[in-house]
Write a protein that binds this ligand. Structure first.
Ligand code: HEC
Length: 117
């Protein structure tokens, strides 16, 4: 429900800063949950609340050394770069995902991640 309200506010505001489509991002996110779930044997770390979290910060997930050493916070800009080209952003990290070729797709997922808590 909260997200619906947020989307409505986004549509009404109509400013470029809010151009990303979190609803579309949510659809794309179905491709991430193959690996990113809350389950302890998931292939990837939980992404709940990832926006604003330090990279490689979850104690119960075995990150690559590359991710542990990345030393950055997942703000919108870092997430966008990572989702466009994971290996360029965090060289040597272990995420088996090649990145979105369409930059708007990355923006939409970043917008969705902000609401994913
Ligand atoms: C095939 C499995 C797989 C898919 C699909 C996948 N990921 Fe990942 N992801 C991983 C793994 C494994 C890591 C940990 C990488 C490391 O430690 O080097 C990771 C790490 C991450 C991180 C860093 C998290 C942290 O705690 O620092 C983010 C953000 C992320 N993925 C987002 C996404 C998003 C968004 C998608 C969908 C567009 C996605 N991933 C798709 C496996 C996957």
């Amino acid at each position: 429900m909260r997200m619906l309200c947020w989307c409505a506010a986004m549509l009404l505001s109509g400013t470029p800063a809010f151009a990303a489509d979190a609803g579309h991002g949510k659809d794309l996110f179905t491709g991430c949950v193959a690996c990113h779930t809350e389950s302890p044997d998931a292939m990837g770390p939980s992404l709940k609340g990832v926006t604003g979290r330090k990279a490689g910060a979850l104690g119960d997930f075995r990150y690559s050394n590359a991710m542990k050493r990345a030393d950055m916070v997942w703000d919108d800009a870092n997430l966008r770069d990572y989702l466009r080209d994971p290996q360029a952003k965090v060289k040597g990290n272990h995420m088996p995902f090649s990145g979105f070729t369409d930059a708007r797709d990355a923006d939409d997922v970043v917008a969705y991640l902000r609401t994913y808590k």
